[in-house]
Ligand binder design. Structure first.
Ligand SMILES: *Cc1c(COP(=O)(O)O)cnc(C)c1O
Length: 390
């Protein structure tokens, strides 16, 4: 049976050339990057080179603004808790949105329990943060605005340039979770008003368990991982040299291929959507119709449960997910679709197709062949669909 992986917003396949580049750093160049002998210096050189590649992809002013972490979740935690700790005497108010990834959402909820005031700004029907609401939320006590660059469930791109400007005017730090956009959309942290940016290796064809936090020079942040003087004193722990090497190469390759990949993915994604709406009725597009990640298509199939569709697609070799991995297993509707005001009955039948660099036109056509009969079969069994027909 054909195997089609369309869950690239959950994770991507590490590129073979990236995996290969990492191998010597397990077996031959195994020194501790902090050691001063030749074994350590060789590892240090690899870490420094990778730091430069990550900095280049983000448009950072200098490589020292990149701190390696264990992934997107750690970067988000570090940014929020680190700024909150450093600026506690200045204020205790944090602004975020209601559609953030759990790594930001749950960290903000934790901060609220720790005595911080947190405002969760709403979004419009396209899943875009309401700027007027955000502006109104700002108080003299606001120390941090954390808003994601693009949403992982629906792909909607947030107005981070405008948010950065607003934050800068008020002297508030701006953090963005760009885990879904690094390598997919052009970024220029130096010339936009982003003070902190989270990224993760395994979302851009690099390895799992490695990520980075961009910290603009001069930003006040308290380390959250204490120990030795690693990562310019900002994040203790012996560097994950193979992971860092893999992340560096993944960034270098992403930068080279960004424009062509983005065009290819947009075409494939639109072929999939046009194919779906020409074959299946009662379908809704979740997310911004245009200003969306090139690889992300979230569609709601009315009268159905997303889980059922996913299990049936799985039996045909197709890997997709409901909006978030975190709500699977429960019947909790997606917090993102709910925040967008989607009818609770309609949030249930949503499926996210997130394409990647390995997908082909043939993959799309295969999905368009197997999906319509699944939807028909499930709808024929659905009591909701029955009552609609009457
Ligand atoms: C995947 C993801 C994360 C978490 O990154 P990990 O490296 O898996 O910890 C954070 N934010 C967004 C938007 C994501 O998609």
């Amino acid at each position: 049976m054909r195997k089609v992986y369309m869950d690239n917003n959950a994770t991507t396949r590490t590129r073979p050339e990236v995996a290969e580049a990492m191998l010597p750093y397990f077996s031959e160049i195994y020194g501790n990057a902090s050691s001063i002998h030749q074994f350590g210096r060789a590892a240090r050189a690899a870490v420094d080179s990778a730091r430069g590649k990550v900095a280049a992809l983000l448009g950072a002013g200098s490589p020292e603004e990149i701190v390696f972490t264990a992934g997107g979740t750690e970067s988000d935690n570090f940014a929020i808790k680190g700024v909150a700790a450093a600026l506690r005497s200045k204020g205790n108010h944090i602004i975020t949105s209601s559609i953030e990834h759990q790594a930001v959402l749950n960290t903000c909820k934790f901060m609220a329990k720790e005595g911080f005031d947190v405002t969760f700004v709403g979004v419009d029907e396209n899943g875009v943060v309401k700027l007027d609401e955000l502006k109104k939320a700002i108080t003299p006590k606001t120390i941090l605005i954390t808003i994601m660059h693009a949403n992982n469930e629906i792909g909607s791109i947030q107005p981070i340039e405008e948010i950065g400007k607003i934050a800068k005017e008020k002297g508030i730090y701006f953090h963005t979770d760009a885990v879904q956009t690094v390598g997919k959309l052009p970024l220029d942290v130096k010339n936009s008003n982003i003070d902190l940016l989270s990224m993760s290796g395994h979302k851009l064809y690099g390895p799992k368990g490695i990520g980075a936090l961009y910290i603009r020079k001069g930003t006040k942040i308290t380390p959250q991982m204490l120990g030795g003087h690693h990562e310019m004193g900002k994040r203790a722990g012996t560097e994950n040299v193979p992971g860092i090497v893999g992340l560096g190469l993944a960034c270098e390759l992403a930068q080279k291929e960004l424009a062509t990949e983005s065009k290819k993915l947009t075409e494939l994604r639109d072929r999939l959507y046009n194919g779906i709406i020409s074959r299946i009725e009662d379908v809704r597009l979740n997310g911004h119709p245009k200003n969306r990640l090139p690889n992300t298509l979230n569609v709601g199939f009315k009268y159905l449960e997303g889980e059922g569709i996913i299990l049936n697609l799985d039996m045909e070799g197709v890997g997709v997910s409901t909006g978030s991995a975190c709500t699977s297993g429960s019947l909790e509707p997606s917090h993102v679709l709910t925040a967008m005001g989607v009818d609770p009955a309609e949030t249930q039948g949503s499926v996210r197709f997130s394409l990647g660099r390995d997908n082909t036109k043939e993959d799309i056509d295969y999905v368009l062949e197997v999906l319509p009969p699944i939807i028909k079969r499930l709808r024929d069994m659905s009591p909701l669909y029955e009552s609609k027909k009457k």
